[in-house]
Write a protein that binds this ligand. Structure first.
Ligand SMILES: [Zn+2]
Length: 342
């Protein structure tokens, strides 16, 4: 058996580990199929393939906009990609559950102006580090951190998450060099409606100030304490909001800056556009690979051929089922290429 990703010591015997804490995941999308309020969509973005996952009764028009129509069968077959086996040992699962238990208590506190969430920044750092680390090491959420970043987060978590039956030692973490450079900012939509499509998205362009869209929160988490990237790269139009948000560093109480739902709706539109762009960019690479594999001239498929395949993929006849599914893409690609085969 593989070793636990967190302690690297015990066997990774735990099954059903959540890559995203359950209390957040169930707000992003219904994973049990037991509530009526499961109108959320979770997105995973990967450059070379369409990898999306979704709740059981998602808003059809929203999905269709991005992925084409989805059938009940597609949804039933959808195994949740963020619940995994043999990622952690049972001990580390409990250590993570402990910090999640603490952080989940902050979720009901919400105000219209900057507010303290009710926990210390050391708890906040451990919680958000654990989410980012899991998403990165699991590696199927679009963005991976560097090996150095992953290892730093792992060491922080392994050093300061208390073992079973032990108390969290605020003093130990407050005095450590490991976390003294670290800082994070949180903004949160204070008046999102519950049915709103929520996001789970690691912004792919932010490397230093790691930028996570999760539920109604946006978290900017920097291992160097710098958030300068928000001065130079677009973050779906909310750069100023993040730059103006209070900085949380070790040794204080976590402060969150709220924002209005109109802003949430505005950046959600931009995220949908990016999902489409990333998706089409991935297809572009795929077409080139197929072209080369089929013995085509040069390393790029001619643009006209790509356009013809895209027209085939998006044709109205493919309304039923997921026209953007990998099977459909492969089929359409070969159908069009076949016409030109010698
Ligand atoms: Zn472990």
């Amino acid at each position: 058996m593989d070793k636990c990703n967190l302690c690297k010591n015990n066997d990774a015997d735990k099954t059903g580990s959540h890559i995203v804490p359950h209390f957040l995941l169930k707000r992003i999308e219904n994973i049990d199929g037991k509530t009526d309020r499961d109108y959320e969509i979770g997105y995973k973005i990967e450059r070379l393939k369409s990898a999306s996952h979704f709740g059981r009764s998602v808003q059809p028009e929203r999905l269709e906009e991005t992925f084409g129509e989805i059938t009940d069968e597609d949804i039933d077959k959808n195994k949740h990609p963020l619940v995994v086996d043999n990622f952690l040992c049972s001990d580390c699962e409990e250590r993570l559950a402990h910090i999640e238990g603490i952080y989940s208590q902050t979720i009901e506190t919400i105000e219209k102006t900057e507010y303290e969430s009710g926990i210390s920044t050391s708890n906040g750092i451990l919680f958000w580090a654990s989410v980012l680390w899991r998403l990165s090491v699991h590696g199927e959420s679009g963005v991976k951190l560097t090996a150095v970043q992953n290892e730093l987060l792992r060491v922080i978590l392994d050093s300061f998450l208390p073992a079973k039956n032990e108390k969290f030692n605020e003093k130990l973490i407050a005095e450590s060099d490991l976390v003294k450079e670290l800082s994070y900012k949180i903004i949160r939509c204070h008046n999102c409606v519950q049915d709103e499509a929520k996001w789970l998205l690691f912004h792919p362009d932010f490397y230093d100030s790691l930028c996570l869209f999760i539920d109604e929160f946006v978290v900017a988490f920097s291992l160097s304490g710098q958030h300068d990237e928000f001065n130079t790269k677009d973050c779906f139009g909310i750069n100023d909001l993040i730059l103006d948000a209070p900085v949380n560093i070790i040794g204080g109480n976590e402060v969150i800056k709220p924002f209005d739902r109109s802003i949430f709706i505005e950046f959600s539109k931009k995220i949908v556009d990016m999902v489409k762009d990333v998706y089409v960019g991935g297809l572009d690479e795929f077409f080139d690979e197929v072209h080369v594999a089929a013995g085509g001239k040069g390393d790029k498929m001619p643009a006209e051929l790509k356009q013809e395949i895209m027209a085939e993929i998006t044709s109205d006849e493919k309304k039923n089922g997921r026209k953007y599914s990998q099977d459909e893409i492969v089929k359409s690609t070969y159908e069009v290429m076949k016409k030109y085969a010698p």
